[in-house]
Design a protein. Structure first.
Length: 298
């Protein structure tokens, strides 16, 4: 649990959120904004009631809920009721400070206006990117990206194998002698193997040639299902005895498994294409620190 002091310190950022600060995701106009993390369900009043008034300006429950989404992830996950009193106090603090600044006409300060312009620009960039991605990342586009992804992935053979890892060649030969006499491979793995997977009978699951060190892969892929190595296999980890259980062609990832990868790639491609288009339409000039013109990337 967070102490009251630490929680209060962390919640201090909420006053800025309540005053309309820029979300962190808006700082990168070309990034894909992460999804908001919602608070856990709580017994909140229905509707959007007023939760505070500061000099006649109302603060609503929706404002507090929005402020929580601007907090660090560990606080976003907490029930709102758990942090509500302190969050509300910090937001009220923010409102009274904002009100005091307006009374002194700081909102008309050239420096404040400059900063507000930066915030406005970033929010506009974020909104524009979100609009592009919403239009581009349709289910049809994702499925088309999936078909392209699996078409570009060459078929790879996999083997499903068990192995027994020991420190010496003599130990490995002794295990092979026992296998030749009909001993059960998984039982021997549990008894002799020094590999962390010994408890599961040395089961390695399915793997491709590139998943293992070359000597191990060469020996495993030379075997048919049901065969084991008749001589020990040496690698930097020790001496192995390998049993192949099955061989297959590695299946492609399902659409659901690949959805996130496809979505990110599609987002990058769409944003890069749009930036290229916009830059080609704009008159851009850039200068170095010495004042000399710089070449413009196309």
């Amino acid at each position: 649990m967070l102490s009251r002091f630490v929680l209060a310190a962390v919640l201090s950022v909420a006053s800025a959120v309540g005053a309309g600060a820029l979300p962190a995701s808006a700082a990168d106009p070309t990034g894909v904004p992460p999804p908001a993390v919602t608070a856990a369900a709580t017994d909140l009043p229905p509707g959007n009631p007023v939760v505070a008034r500061v000099n006649g300006v109302e603060l609503h429950l929706a404002d507090v809920e929005a402020a929580q989404k601007g907090l660090p992830p560990q606080l976003q996950k907490l029930p709102l009721a758990q942090i509500y009193p302190m969050l509300l106090e910090r937001m009220i603090d923010g409102m009274v400070v904002t009100d005091a600044a307006r009374r002194e006409h700081l909102d008309q300060s050239p420096e404040v206006q400059r900063r507000l312009k930066l915030v406005e620009d970033r929010l506009l960039q974020q909104a524009y990117v979100e609009q592009i991605l919403k239009a581009a990342q349709s289910e049809e586009a994702l499925k088309a990206g999936y078909q392209k992804l699996i078409a570009q992935q060459p078929a790879q053979e996999e083997v499903h194998a068990r192995h027994i890892l020991v420190k010496t060649e003599a130990e490995a030969n002794s295990i092979i002698d026992q296998l030749n006499k009909g001993a059960d491979f998984a039982t021997l793995a549990k008894k002799y193997s020094t590999d962390p997977g010994a408890a599961s009978g040395g089961d390695l699951g399915y793997f491709t040639k590139t998943d293992m060190v070359p000597a191990f892969s060469a020996a495993a892929f030379a075997l048919k299902p049901g065969q084991y190595t008749k001589t020990p296999v040496k690698t930097e980890f020790g001496w192995h005895v390998i049993l192949v259980i099955d061989r297959r062609v590695k299946p492609p990832p399902s659409f659901d498994e690949a959805r996130e990868e496809i979505s990110h790639k599609l987002a990058r491609d769409v944003i890069e294409a749009k930036l290229k288009e916009l830059r080609s339409e704009a008159k851009v000039e850039a200068f170095g620190l010495d004042g000399k013109p710089l070449p413009i990337a196309q």
